[in-house]
Ligand binder design. Structure first.
Ligand code: C5P
Length: 237
C-alpha cells in the first residue's frame, strides 16, 4: 500500500510503503523531453510502459540479471526494492541515433560492429555530462570495480534485449539503464520501456518510442500500444 510520496520525476512518482525496504513506482502518462522544455500527456502511456518494463525485468531476472523489480501493485504501479541509485545513465548503443550523431561525426543509422557503451552523469543541473570510471571514482559515486561490473552487466543486458526484441520485430538502436546498490550488490533499477529505449520497427524502420513525441512523428499512444501488443500480449486478452 502506498504511503507518502518520496520523489516525483518526469514520468514516474515514487512512494514509500509500510516496509522501508520496498517502494512503489507509479508510471504516469506525462511526457517530457529536451530537459523538460517540451511537455505533454499520452493516454495509457504509464500503463504500457509499466507492463513492458515488468516483462523485461522478469525476463532479465530469468537470465540471472538482478533487478529492483518485486511485483505489480496495479496496472501502472510497480513494487520495487528500495536501492541506493548510482547517478550514472548507462547507454548501450547498437545503431547510431540521437545525441551521439549530434556530438560526434557519426551518421544516423550507422550500425556499430561492437556495441558502443556511453555513460552520462545523471544531473539536470549539469546537463547530463559524459561520465567515465575516473570521474565516477573522483566524485565518490562508484568504485572502479562497480563501474566495471556495471559495464559488464549493461553489455550482457544489451545482448539479451537485442535478441529478445529482434524476435518481436524490433531493432534496438539504444537504450538507457540505471543501476543501484542492494545488499552490497549492483542491480538494475528504474525502468526499461518505450520512454527509455529507441525501438525501430524491423520492417518499416519507424520509431516506436519517445522519439515520436520528441520529433512529432505521430501517435505515441498507438505506437506504445503496438509495442505492448508484441511484448505483453497477455494484457490484451
Ligand atoms: O538522447 P540520447 O540519444 O543520448 O539517448 C540515448 C537513449 O537513452 C535513448 O533511448 C533515450 O530514450 C535514452 N535516454 C533516457 N533518459 C535520458 C537520456 C536518454 O531514457 N535522460
Amino acid at each position: 500500500m502506498k504511503k507518502e510520496e518520496l520523489y516525483s520525476g518526469k514520468a514516474k512518482t515514487i512512494y514509500r510503503t509500510e516496509d522501508p525496504e520496498k517502494l512503489i513506482s507509479v508510471f504516469r502518462d506525462s511526457l517530457t523531453a529536451f530537459d523538460g522544455k517540451k511537455k505533454s500527456e499520452a493516454a495509457n502511456k504509464g500503463y504500457y510502459n509499466a507492463q513492458i518494463s515488468r516483462k523485461l525485468f522478469e525476463m532479465l531476472e530469468e537470465k540471472g540479471i538482478p533487478t529492483h523489480y518485486l511485483g505489480m501493485e496495479s496496472g501502472n504501479e510497480m513494487l520495487v526494492r528500495a536501492v541506493e541509485i548510482i547517478p550514472i545513465e548507462v547507454i548501450p548503443r547498437n545503431i547510431a541515433a540521437g545525441s551521439i550523431t549530434r556530438k560526434y561525426p557519426i551518421e544516423e543509422g550507422t550500425v556499430f560492429k561492437t556495441p558502443v557503451l556511453v555513460m552520462d552523469y545523471k544531473s539536470d543541473e549539469h546537463g547530463d555530462p559524459m561520465m567515465n570510471e575516473d570521474i565516477a571514482v573522483a566524485m565518490g559515486i562508484a568504485t572502479y570495480e562497480e563501474v566495471a561490473q556495471i559495464r559488464e552487466m549493461a553489455l550482457k543486458i544489451n545482448e539479451i534485449l537485442k535478441s529478445y526484441l529482434d524476435e518481436k520485430g524490433f531493432l534496438l538502436p539504444d537504450f538507457k539503464l540505471e543501476f543501484g546498490r542492494m545488499d552490497g550488490k549492483i542491480v538494475v533499477a528504474d525502468e526499461i520501456s518505450c520512454d527509455t529505449c529507441r525501438l525501430w520497427d524491423k520492417s518499416t524502420g519507424q520509431s516506436m518510442d519517445k522519439d515520436i513525441f520528441r520529433f512529432d512523428k505521430g501517435d505515441l499512444s498507438k505506437a506504445y500500444e503496438e509495442v505492448a501488443k508484441r511484448i505483453v500480449p497477455e494484457i490484451f486478452e
